[in-house]
Design a protein. Structure first.
Length: 160
């Protein structure tokens, strides 16, 4: 009789399968040196499994499918459609959240914190995530200043 598989084992196998399929289909992009994508909301998955292209096209968070994925910078990215996946694959820097999906306000303050895909804003063609709604309200009091600070801090933060 077969032993039951734990959820963790199943997710590990599925994740390895997605990475293997990405490599075999040519959709693998090696991680950028020193980059870090926040993947703690859904282990190994960028933006908590949300389709990052949809923020730009639908103007709202849309949950991606675990069947429509692309691997980039060591994270699996999920998409609601193959067209969105292909758009991301052709220009991931255009769609991926700033600061690897970490909180934009925290990056401005010199540290990393989780970015919540429900607390987002597109500014200057870039997707920014924040820790929660209260932090986002604070960030919105000086968006240009906080972006400038975070942009300056991120090269050192991404190494940690």
């Amino acid at each position: 009789m077969a032993k039951p598989v734990s959820r963790r084992t199943a997710l590990t196998v599925l994740g390895a399968g997605a990475l293997g399929a990405a490599f075999l289909t040519g959709r693998w992009t090696a991680p950028a040196r020193g980059s870090e994508i926040y993947t703690e909301l859904v282990p190994g998955v960028g933006a908590g499994g949300n389709d990052v292209v949809a923020y730009f096209t639908a103007g709202r968070p849309v949950q991606g499918s675990d069947r429509i994925t692309h691997v980039w910078t060591g994270a699996v990215w999920r998409f609601a459609s193959a067209a969105n996946r292909d758009a991301f694959a052709s220009a991931p820097e255009r769609y991926a959240p700033a600061y690897g999906g970490h909180c934009s306000w925290a990056a401005a303050k010199g540290y990393k914190a989780k970015g919540d895909p429900r607390n987002w804003k597109i500014v200057g063609g870039r997707l920014f995530l924040n820790y929660n709604a209260d932090v986002q309200k604070t960030w919105e009091t000086n968006i240009p200043g906080f972006i400038a600070s975070a942009d300056g801090n991120w090269p050192n933060l991404r190494q940690r």
